[in-house]
Design a protein around this ligand. Structure first.
Ligand code: FES
Length: 141
């Protein structure tokens, strides 16, 4: 085997090891959302937005377009962990198509329920996403 091939094999084995660890730690829904997040990115000309840095030091940004009383588009950005990516993605999914009043009622427990739970040390990631959504709604002029 050439050194290129053995390096590739080692990288594949490492990746499989990481995948196995993630699957033991996170629900299938979390992994799906984290590996294929939707609505990622900063929105140009949002109607409202918010940026919050959580106690863990990670930052969540949420951007919303609002038509009448309804959230027509939601995007997020985060520099945080895989869970925060899953939570940001899911929160934008939950918010899109809801009225402002309904979106204000989305809680971190709703996010956790949809994700099939998170490890204890990542529960705050759901709170960070919910808080950022609520703050964006508050910031609306
Ligand atoms: Fe802080 Fe996930 S948002 S660890």
């Amino acid at each position: 085997m050439s050194s290129d091939e053995s390096f590739k094999k080692l990288a594949e084995e490492l990746q499989q090891e990481i995948d196995k660890e993630e699957e033991a730690t996170y629900s299938a829904r979390v992994l799906e959302e984290y590996r294929n997040p939707v609505n990622v990115g900063r929105m140009e000309n949002p109607d409202t937005s918010a940026i919050i840095t959580g106690p863990c030091g990670d930052t969540m940004e949420i951007y919303l377009k609002i038509q009448g009383d309804m959230i027509s588009e939601a995007t997020f950005m985060t520099d945080g962990c895989g869970s925060s990516i899953a939570c940001g993605s899911l929160t934008t999914r939950l918010a899109t198509g809801r009225t402002i009043r309904e979106a204000k009622e989305i809680t971190n427990n709703d996010i956790l329920d949809e994700l099939g739970g998170l490890p204890d040390e990542n529960i705050h990631c759901a709170k960070l996403a919910a808080d950022t959504l609520h703050k964006a709604l508050e910031n609306r002029k």
